[in-house]
Ligand binder design. Sequence first.
Ligand SMILES: *Cc1c(COP(=O)(O)O)cnc(C)c1O
Length: 380
Amino acid sequence: MSDGEVHPETIAAHGGRAVDAETGAVVPPLHASTTYARDENYQPKLRENYVRSGSPNLWQLEETLARLEQGAEARLFASGMAASSTLFETIPQGAHVVAPKVMYYGTRDWLRRLESLGRIRLTLFDPKKPGDLQASITDGTDLVWIETPLNPTWDVIDIAAAAQAAHARGALLAVDATVSAAVTTRPLTLGADIVFHSATKYLNGHSDVLAGALVTREKNARWEQIGKLRTMQGTPLAPQEAWLLLRGLRTLFVRYRAASANALAIARHFENHPKIEAVLYPGLESHPGHAVALRQMTDGFSGMLSLLIRGGFDEARNFCTRLRTVTPATSLGGVETLAEHRKTVEGPHSPVPDNLVRVSVGIENVADLIADIEQALAQV
Ligand SMILES: *Cc1c(COP(=O)(O)O)cnc(C)c1O
């Protein structure tokens, strides 16, 4: 740590700054203004003078996140999809993209759409097949997009190995680290070029803000272009949302650690349950990605796990309807536990198993969660 630099927990708890320089406020003032006056020399007072280009609450949030990720700069967007699709805009016409077969389905569907329009060439690799990621990258590959752990099987991709393979062919590595928040993994320090977050999830943590983030290892021409595109498309995170997200971010470390501890306890409890075919969680010794996860997730394996319910589509769906303490809802990374039957959500063409229930474990008392899952299983 450099002189005067503090630990990441402290950076987060202070929201980047202990007090507001102008007023001494411990909570940053909300600057809702869409426009900022010029000074007596007719110069802009701030870096930007119109909210579509940026605003003070957004900048404070971006500076805080960049420090947590040890990146050069962060940019926040109106949603995760706005952030990823802006990065995809910078792919040269006709260039090659590599991404996993199973991943967040919105991102996969967007990449497929770009492929069908002839905008990109796309190779989807099998994350379960060793070497398939490396074999999919060619000299014409512009971007390698990975997600780890992978939604909703929680397979783990080795970020350092992916970076090496991408860079050997001159490609960029972007990592969707929504589930491995900066508490446990810092992809830029492992060689990634860009980190992506659906900040809607762990970074905010309270299921009340929609936001996305990109963080870059270095400022370069492509990063400049991403900033310009965000301004032109009008997709920066709005001031109120940035202010609220910064509040959520202050408790990131305690929330993430508590959710990880609860998830590990649930995974261990149900691993050999007669109504459960398998528990998918990278924190379990039985998980195929456990060795890489141990190296790469140094402070918790997240609150995300999947239960394969014995039976099939109907049993898994019925299980979700029997839960009482756990809420049957989509999304993840909040303080409350949510469960979701992914096949119902993703549709019949999804490669996700019929009997998979994704659980976003929150920070409740874990005994209550275990008891609820037990009673729901007893009814299927
Ligand atoms: C939710 C999510 C996204 C999309 O983000 P939004 O904020 O919903 O637009 C992308 N990747 C992962 C892993 C997600 O969970």
